[in-house]
Design a protein. Structure first.
Lengths: 189, 189
DNA sequence: TCATGGTACTCAAGAATCTGACTATTCCTA
DNA sequence: TAGGAATAGTCAGATTCTTGAGTACCATGA
């Protein structure tokens, strides 16, 4: 019952279609919540049935019509309750770390390759987040924006995504280097 | 189908019972994989049926008997295949970040409290990880251990858990401070 | 001595999630 | 002028995960 709150939080700033929501769960919101498009469509339908979001049809000329959803007052009240309730510990699942954990007993070459790939991905995300942060604060300095800005929620989570990706990037590079060194340099002295 | 690999990876270093495995998924392995005890018991049963782990009964005097599991050669081969296959992007789900995302439109007091709570938790984890790292390298310097140690996999993932928790801790403290300042200091100038 | 907490599991039901396919239109490119 | 990518979804089925309860035994402290 928590995907619903992630969806509500994502819809706070703009009216979005299911399709756009799915995009944003692949980029921005993906920093702290993962979900597939099918789930989002299903969740939007449930949220609408429960009156927490309101949808409206938008007819388009040059592409298929879409339904835009916005959070209702009831939806906001639900978020309010959610924020006040105690949070579950965050949950992480990382294939790559499982591979690193096994890395002495398993061929490291593909693991190193995947670490490098993930590092490249992290660099792209970092760039994206940095440009998003700039966009959010529209020319204001960070201090000033965080003190006086109207809407800082997305900025703060973006900041979180940034530190996460920076940490992950450093880790990937370091681990790849270590495993590489052990492969080429003789291990046991 | 990936919990199985996390379980195999966790059993590489020691024979564990389902109960001990559950403990380790609550502490060490929890850095990169989340699972409940019930899932682990179920997964162990499946892994044994598939011949990827072997269990043996250990009779105990002063407490209930237990079954210890270790990875078979087939299990290791399965991990090998897994490590060579391309990894799925890691998946994160964080209630607290959802609340921070909504924080301009929702009462921040409980969110701040939860950030502080999470920070305390992170500090405990960091201490735990640091002592684990020390234990892993048994007196050796880090450089030396990482170059020549027999088994560095768990050390590397523990290092990952450490940087993650450090990043999370800093984020929590910073965000709590920012939200606090906005609450007390008048927002709009 | 009685409650509490740790060890060691098991079971069932229901909710959530993932896999994989499928429809339909338009724009852009080769 | 056909093929592919992007927009905008839908559906069914299988698997996985969570919730909540329950069993049993021993040790420790009040």
């Amino acid at each position: 019952m928590a995907l619903r709150h992630a969806v509500l939080a994502a819809l706070l700033d703009e009216e979005l279609s299911g399709y756009q929501l799915a995009k944003s769960f692949d980029l921005g919101v993906a920093n702290f919540w993962h979900a597939l498009p099918q789930q989002l469509y299903a969740e939007l339908a449930k949220l609408e049935a429960d009156g927490l979001v309101a949808g409206r049809e938008v007819v388009q000329e040059s592409r298929p019509n879409k339904r835009l959803f916005k959070v209702t007052d009831e939806g906001l009240a639900e978020l309010e309750r959610f924020a006040a309730a105690s949070a579950k510990p965050s949950m992480l699942r990382d294939d790559l770390a499982v591979k690193v954990q096994s890395s002495d007993l398993v061929d490291t070459a593909p693991v190193i390759a995947q670490l490098r790939e993930r590092a490249t991905f992290a660099r792209a995300k970092i760039e994206l987040f940095e440009s998003l942060l700039l966009k959010f604060r529209k020319g204001l300095g960070e201090e000033e924006f965080l003190r006086g800005g109207e809407r800082i929620g997305p900025y703060l989570t973006c900041l979180g995504g940034l530190v996460f990706e920076q940490g992950y990037l450093e880790w990937c590079e370091r681990i790849a280097g270590i495993l590489e060194a052990r492969k080429s340099g003789g291990r046991h002295e």
